[in-house]
Design a protein around this ligand. Sequence first.
Ligand SMILES: *[C@@H]1O[C@H](CO)[C@@H](O)[C@H](O)[C@H]1NC(C)=O
Ligand SMILES: *[C@@H]1O[C@H](CO)[C@@H](O)[C@H](O)[C@H]1NC(C)=O
Length: 204
Amino acid sequence: MRLSLSFSFLSLFVLAIKAQDRDLGVVKRAFEAADIPADLSLNFNPTALLEVTFPESDGNDITIHAGQQVPRDSTAGPPIYHAVGLRSSGPFVITMVDPDAPTPQMPTVAQERHFLGGDFHLDRTGRLTNSTAGIDEFLQPSPPAGSDAHRYIFMLWNQPRGFDQQTVVGADTPRGSFNVSEFARAVGLGEPIAGTFLFVAPNA
Ligand SMILES: *[C@@H]1O[C@H](CO)[C@@H](O)[C@H](O)[C@H]1NC(C)=O
Ligand SMILES: *[C@@H]1O[C@H](CO)[C@@H](O)[C@H](O)[C@H]1NC(C)=O
């Protein structure tokens, strides 16, 4: 009891100084307003905040709030992850998908998998770092010329035992025509526990 009380106190403190999104309800409503649960065929009832930061060469790193539009050239990554309000220190799986490839009007190769990796652990500073290589390297958002902005969706999942041995997706699995909820079901990820997303438009 005492432990969980002090843990949530700590979480609130970290929340106050760091998080761009501070309210799970705001994140959940942003996902719904952008039709993400329906388009990904999943339930999104976050119990923690996932904070995604894009490092920038000028030092003005961008920590997104759910639904923010970010210039394509600021999304080179790889992103840095923090979380607030997690009930364990891991391991966790992180996914990033684009359900709008090649265009939101005609997403014939969606979802495109931009990142899939496991063995993320929470450290004392609230940062999530992976102890093994991801299944994917991070793929920068690059919507084709003429397309409307795409949604790029990050989600955090509890990692089930045996995840490192899964063979559903490997380094050679094409990035396109991925289905994150089907993958989640196949490997036993359950539902996402946190998430955020950004919009990225093509360079003019
Ligand atoms: C974490 O994952 C990234 C992306 O796959 C990879 O480049 C990096 O080497 C991984 N870290 C470790 C310690 O394996
Ligand atoms: C993705 O998988 C889910 C669960 O199996 C399914 O309901 C949904 O129709 C699939 N989505 C697409 C676009 O195929």
